[in-house]
Design a protein around this ligand. Structure first.
Ligand code: BGC
Length: 351
């Protein structure tokens, strides 16, 4: 079968290659792939800046934003042929650390976790894949065109869960959230904010294209200005930071209401420096009981939350997030940013 593979560490090594057909082991599903989403991490892997091949292999099957349809399922499982499913990305470390031992592999303490399509495990950008039932999540059948949004939604479901857990350390009644960045993570974070009944503001640097309309279609407010200006006007209780841009990150820390929570989800490039007033930031965090949380990845529970959030969302809005669908043979165009891109997906089979 065909798969999209890469030699991690080598720029421009991404290509469609023939790999062995998978066969489902005990307790595993065999899945016909529908599509994979492409995100910043995939682009970093394709650029040779991130990613690890499975031990003993030079190449890694890329793709962690999966979507497929079950071909075969173990008779004693909750899955059936025809079910629409996605695979969980991360697997616990082999030790395992305390967090992994408790099913919280998204919080792995020793860094020896593995991730499908990213770190030492083949991903989902192949015409078929297998997955143990305990790492598969069933989706509402109506999501068979947009379900590759599940993985990024699981990442924001975790971020929201973290914010609510930190907020619950004292009386907490948030009203206003600022989401910085209107890419897929920012837009999905805004969706989950609206679903919570919050007054949602989204900040991005583009004034045109699909993003302003996608935000207003949610009932949220789009801003194309500075973090300082929007935080001065709206004083958010919560910021979900989804740009990873250092200046935006630090301006967000200064802009919350007292007892504010900033959740950082953007993975930034390293090696750029920025001049900041560390004393002012520390003073603000201390004097206002503010909290800053980093959040990455998602465990099974977060995938469950994401499945519920997507099932409750407007399916036309979700469809509009997918700005381009590219056949596998044209994969390279999916990795080149185009104006008006939101989420680009590579198609691997019929829905
Ligand atoms: C993925 C996460 C993963 C992270 C780091 C992100 O793009 O969505 O699941 O943990 O990259 O590898």
């Amino acid at each position: 079968m065909r798969a999209l593979t890469v030699a991690p560490g080598s720029a421009d090594s991404l290509e469609v290659t023939d790999v062995d057909d998978p066969s489902a082991g005990e307790g595993e599903l065999l899945v016909d792939a529908i599509a994979v989403g492409v995100c910043g991490t995939d682009k970093e892997i394709a650029a040779g800046d991130y990613g690890w091949a499975p031990p003993g292999s030079e190449r890694l099957v890329i793709g962690h934003e999966s979507l497929g349809r079950v071909r075969t399922a173990p008779a004693d499982s909750d899955f059936h042929p025809g079910d629409v499913v996605v695979g969980v990305v991360r697997r616990p470390d082999p030790v395992p650390c305390g967090a992994c031992e408790h099913g919280q592999f998204d919080m792995c303490r020793n860094g020896r976790y593995t991730e499908r399509g990213i770190k030492e495990l083949d991903g989902f950008a192949s015409e078929q894949w297998t997955v143990p039932t305990k790492y598969a999540v069933k989706l509402d059948p109506s999501l068979d065109r947009v379900g590759m949004l599940m993985e990024p939604t699981s990442v924001v479901a975790k971020a929201w869960d973290q914010v609510e857990r930190v907020g619950a350390r004292a009386w907490f009644d948030p009203r206003t959230v600022l989401v910085t960045g209107a890419g897929p993570i920012g837009l999905l974070a805004a969706l989950l904010g609206v679903q919570r009944g919050l007054d949602v503001h989204v900040l991005d640097q583009v004034a045109e294209g699909p993003k302003p309309d996608l935000v207003s279609a949610l009932g949220a407010t789009y801003h194309c200005t500075s973090v300082e200006e929007v935080t001065r006007q709206h004083v958010p209780d919560i910021v979900i930071e989804a740009t990873g841009v250092p200046a935006v990150v630090f301006d967000s820390l200064n802009g919350t209401a007292p007892y504010g929570i900033v959740c950082l989800t953007g993975v930034s490039p390293v090696g750029r420096s920025l001049s900041i007033d560390g004393g002012a930031i520390n003073r603000e965090l201390v004097l206002e009981n503010d909290a800053v949380i980093g959040s990455v990845n998602a465990n099974r529970e977060h995938f469950g939350m994401a499945a519920d959030a997507l099932a409750a969302a407007d399916s036309d809005w979700l469809e509009r997030l997918i700005s381009r669908r590219v056949p596998l043979a044209d994969f390279s165009t999916a990795f080149l940013a185009q104006d008006d891109d939101v989420k680009v997906v590579v198609e691997l089979g019929a829905p």
